[in-house]
Design a protein around this ligand. Structure first.
Ligand code: ZN
Length: 675
């Protein structure tokens, strides 16, 4: 039978399809349908069909996509055939004929078409952080791959997804640690699918997650979450300068922390933990290792009370991203974070939330990412004392300067300091009251004072805002009112009355010839702190006179002022503002001009003078008026309170120049002290 069927197969092999078609109807009426099926198996394309009664053998025909005709490739009596002579990625068409005794050819089967697809070869699946990772090698002819899964107890293969031809990996993320899975990966092309090899009994071993890595004084302590099904854990580490992780320690399933003492200050370490199951499966790793800088303690080296809080200075922590400052009240055990400072090199900051009179313990810690370094529990003890407020100085004439300030309720005593523009700060002494009398102050000298509050001898506040003995705020607005051609017993006194009422000062450029009959208001002006300037003896036009005459005019006036007030004028104003270089050299004193000319001598109108001042005054102005007209005294009654109300300090010309840092020189002219 085998010999004869081989013979007939040879005959069939040379028959054409048309020949078969012509003879194929001979047994048609009695034959059942021949249903052909094809599928990819391990070693080729397998064909199966139903058995036909009375058949002698079956003839299998095949055609490749590129061929025009079907060829007989095999005759056989079985109902199953595997075509091993196939090339992966090629498509084949098949048809089967039943052949009855006497070479009667039955009705053909249906045609089937099938791509030859190889079976994917799997690698051992691995536990990844996200789930079970499957990998396989490429299967020739595949357009892509289907992934199926079933549980050990289930019967149904569930479709999980598919990949393209180039993607030879798939991670099953919907896994849990207590289930055992089987996987099947099949290549596909069009609607055709490869044979399968099942991956049986794969289980998922979750990755332990590191919860923290904390730097302590002599170690880094690493902790992680318990991972299901772990028989033990492996802790890996690398330092920032190392490329690869190395195994540090293997730990039992009940150990969830490790104290790493093999660490160096200023070094960043990265940690990973993997779990290992009883069957020696190994878990995946976290996508990002947990980093930790081994930080030193950062002791505070100094704490100082400054105007707005407690200024702290501490020690550098190598490698830190910055620092956090904690404080607690000495009476409490609760720490409070009060400052966060960015940058490893910033080693100072001021705690502006400290309360006056409260004693605190401060500590600083380096931080790296969100982890803070160790600290010295003893900390740095500091009591915040706010600076003294509202220091005021009042001149008591020959008795000295009287100082008052607002008491700091937490201070036990105060230390008073004083300086002049020629001397540096000098401590005058302690007081327990919130006032002091500086008996050593000399009349005519301007002193600047400041106070420091003390708590016992341990703590000292910052210096307070300074106050001058002349009551001037050096940073404030100021103008110099100047009055020429006096003194005048009536008008000068009227003006001094107004100045006295508003605590203002002015400069009077006096005419020497008027002094012997009107010295009283000049003396009063000096006692009030006003300045006397020289306006020549007989109000001369300086450029019209010779040297000796000019000297006489200046010297006589200076002597008279000195005689009646004890003070020699330091500045001069040329009558009519008229000078030349010769006369300036002859006078050899600073010449004071003006920046606002009220023209009071011309208008003799108070309202005109007021209007000119109000519309043009600026910080640093020198205003020209004359204390010989009643209209000028009347204007001053309005101008002086108005200027004070506008925030102007009424100062003498010399004070104006001094506070604006202008050092006047002889024979040089000055007309304002703008900033
Ligand atoms: Zn004049």
């Amino acid at each position: 039978m085998k010999k004869s069927s081989r013979l007939i197969s040879v005959i069939f092999a040379v028959l054409t399809l048309s020949f078969l078609m012509a003879f194929s109807t001979s047994a048609a009426n009695t034959q059942a349908n021949l249903t052909l099926k094809a599928s990819n198996v391990e070693n080729g394309i397998q064909l199966t069909w139903n058995e036909i009664e009375g058949v002698r053998f079956y003839a299998i025909f095949r055609k490749e996509a590129s061929e025009k005709s079907l060829y007989c490739i095999k005759t056989l009596t079985e109902t199953k055939f595997t075509d091993e002579n196939v090339i992966a990625g090629k498509r084949y068409g098949y048809r089967v004929f039943p052949v009855f005794p006497n070479s009667v050819i039955g009705t053909k089967s249906n045609d089937v078409h099938m791509y030859r697809l190889g079976t994917p070869k799997y690698n051992q699946p691995v536990n990844a952080y996200e789930g079970i990772r499957l990998t396989w090698s490429a299967s020739a002819g595949a357009e892509g791959y289907y992934i199926f899964r079933k549980t050990a107890t289930g019967n149904v293969w569930n479709y999980l997804g598919r990949t393209n031809a180039k993607t030879l990996t798939f991670t099953d993320k919907k896994v849990n640690a207590n289930e055992i899975y089987s996987y099947s990966i099949r290549s596909y092309r069009g609607s055709d699918i490869s044979h399968y090899n099942n991956l049986m009994n794969v289980s998922f071993l979750p990755t332990p997650k590191i919860t923290k890595a904390v730097p302590n004084k002599d170690n880094i302590t690493v902790s992680w979450n318990k991972a299901e099904n772990a028989a033990f854990y492996m802790l890996f580490r690398r330092s920032a300068s190392e490329k690869n992780f190395t195994l540090v320690k293997t730990l039992n399933a009940n150990e969830l922390t490790y104290v790493d003492k093999n660490v160096t200050q200023g070094t960043v370490y990265y940690y990973l933990v993997r779990s290992v199951s009883e069957t020696r499966q190994i878990s995946g790793i976290e996508s990002k290792a947990t980093s930790c800088l081994f930080m030193s303690v950062s002791p505070i080296t100094s704490a100082t009370n400054v105007s707005n809080g407690v200024k702290l200075v501490w020690t550098k922590v190598n490698g830190a991203h910055g620092y956090v400052v904690y404080r607690r009240e000495t009476s409490s055990t609760t720490w409070k974070c009060v400052l966060k400072v960015k940058g490893v090199s910033t080693l100072t900051a001021t705690d502006k939330t400290a309360a006056n009179g409260k004693e605190y313990v401060y500590v600083t810690r380096g931080y790296y990412n969100n982890v803070q370094g160790p600290f010295d529990l003893n900390g740095y003890k500091m009591l915040y004392l706010a600076p003294v407020q509202n220091l005021k100085v009042e001149s008591k004439g020959s008795s000295g300067n009287y100082l008052t300030w607002t008491a700091n309720k937490s201070a036990t005593k105060y230390l008073v300091f004083r300086k002049t523009d020629k001397t540096s700060w000098q401590a005058l002494g302690y007081t327990t009251k919130n006032s002091a009398l500086d008996k050593t102050a000399k009349e005519g000298t301007v002193y600047t004072y400041t106070i420091r509050a003390f708590y016992n001898t341990s703590y000292c506040s910052a210096a307070c805002a300074t106050a001058n003995s002349n009551g001037i705020d050096p940073k404030g607005k100021m103008v110099a009112l100047t009055y020429d051609d006096g003194p005048s017993n009536s008008v000068t006194n009227d003006i001094l009355d107004i100045l006295q009422k508003y605590k203002g000062k002015a400069t009077f450029f006096v005419v020497g010839s008027r002094i012997s009959s009107s010295y009283q208001p000049m003396q009063r002006a000096v006692k009030m702190g006003c300045e006397i300037g020289n306006h020549t003896y007989s109000h001369i036009d300086l450029p019209s006179y010779y040297y000796d005459d000019i000297r006489y005019e200046i010297d006589t006036t200076n002597s008279l002022v000195k005689k009646y007030t004890g003070v020699t004028p330091k500045i001069v104003r040329a009558p009519g503002g008229s000078t030349d270089s010769y006369s300036r050299q002859a006078v050899n004193m600073p010449f004071i001009y003006w920046s606002i000319d009220t023209r009071d001598w011309e208008s003799r109108s108070a309202s005109s003078v007021i209007s000119i001042v109000k519309s043009s005054v600026e910080d640093g102005d020198i205003i020209l008026m004359h204390d010989i007209y009643d209209s000028t005294a009347e204007a001053s009654e309005t101008i002086i309170p108005w200027l004070v109300n506008q925030g102007y300090q009424l100062v003498t010309v010399s004070e104006l120049m001094q506070y604006r840092g202008i050092k006047m020189q002889n024979a040089v002219s000055y007309s304002n002290a703008y900033r």
